[in-house]
Design a protein around this ligand. Sequence first.
Ligand code: B12
Ligand code: SF4
Length: 432
Amino acid sequence: MPVSRRRWGWPTSGRRSARPATACRPGTATSRPGVTPNGRTPWRAPPPRILGISTYTETHNNGLHIARLAKAASPQTVVVIGGPHASVLYKEVALDPAVDVVVRGEGERTMLELAHCLIRGQGGLADVQGIAYQENGVLRTTAARPPIADLDELPYPARDLFPMQAYGYGNTVLASRGGCPFACHFCAVNNIWQGKRRFRSPESVLEEIVQVLVTTPMGGLNFADDTFTLDRRRVLEICKGLSRMRGPFPLRWRCATRVDLVDAELLREMRHAGCRSIQFGVEAGSQRILDAIGKRVRLEQVRRAVAMTLNYGIEVTCSFMFPHPEDTEETVRDQIRLMKELREIEGVSLTLAMTTPYPGTTYYERASELGLSILASDWQEYDAKHLVVATRHLTEERLQALLAEMVQEVGLQSALQANVAQPGAGSKTWPG
Ligand code: B12
Ligand code: SF4
């Protein structure tokens, strides 16, 4: 299937032209142009006009490191940074000397306009919606860009330009994007993706899947949506299309969702369409804690969804978090009990993520009100594998001891690589 990368005018030429007067300030790094501090060139000549970097909170320092190397090697290269971390903390990120432009939120159209501005000299930075940059030492922020209303307009990801074989996540297809109607206190989604959830049409999702199957070695498919079954009717339509697909190999896929967004009919159709694994965000083992973290699910719904899913031959991964702001010794032990109960069930795997107050979450914004003390001193520790908070009722020492107890009692591999591999599942921690 041909990939239409020109559906809304994706640029194909890179003609050089003068930079607009309001374009980014030149980089401040001053070492030998074309060479990084370790003496190597970071790219094959000539250096790129624009370097785009995407970061999560955990990878933000690495992103900045790359930006600095790039600036040292080629001060005229414009460094553009985007992604969940930069979108929320755009003011702070834009002030970094190695960063020229921060893209806030949805990036496709913003990047296209930026390229037109920086390479073709069309307009100035102030005309590009959804960015932040520094001009003569002053932070400039342009108006927020309205979300793309029709996601079907977007070309499919250019997987052919990406070394997919270097990554172990299989083939990923995204069917929706945007904010979420729920508001779990640990999740940054609503802050990153301002606005309502928007869905691609089932036809567009199916067409992309066909393209993936035709162009890349079959490695199973992941739906990367945080809550794949948010729109039940649409999932049924996708399943209908997938069930009709006939190929040389059977299609196998996985997704993540909430326990209150599955039912028997939906699960039956999903299984029929090739779904072999669902990740549910369970988070805690005490109803009081689930209510306190804004999860809006009941423990009965957890048990029911897990049993129903297994009943249709779909494996289940239950993801948990530790610690929760209102945790006490008792609620942690409730969580240990639920984790043990679930792990006894054949077909169930568990994952455990350390609660992390990512920028954009309620935990980040209301940390002291919620009694959270931040233990981390570096964004690199925000990887959900380190204990980075102490809570109102439990000190760091108590939390470490309870974590060790949880790892031991539940049979987790370790606190850092905290997943129980029951039926061969990898450690994947999606929200949902
Ligand atoms: C799928 C997913 C994963 C998958 C990724 C699979 C894959 N191969 O794609 C897996 C399971 C691996 C994963 C892992 C983790 N994830 Co995750 N993940 C998601 C999820 C659900 C969707 C991400 C996605 O594909 N978005 C779609 C793309 C199109 O959006 P995007 O990447 O944000 O990019 C857009 C803009 O941000 C912008 N943009 C981004 N980069 C750039 C760069 C430039 C130059 C420009 C111009 C624009 C731009 O333009 C893009 C297009 O519009 C999001 C939640 C969400 N709904 O966004 C969480 C989310 C991104 N994950 C999150 C977290 C915390 C993690 C983990 C730390 C979890 C853990 N417990 O270990 C790990 C870290 C992984 C790592 N080290 O990189 C957080 C990030 C919060 C933060 N501030 O860092 C999110 C937001 C969920 C949450 N809890 O709030 N994740
Ligand atoms: S964790 Fe899932 S359900 Fe909760 S707000 Fe985030 S995306 Fe929505």
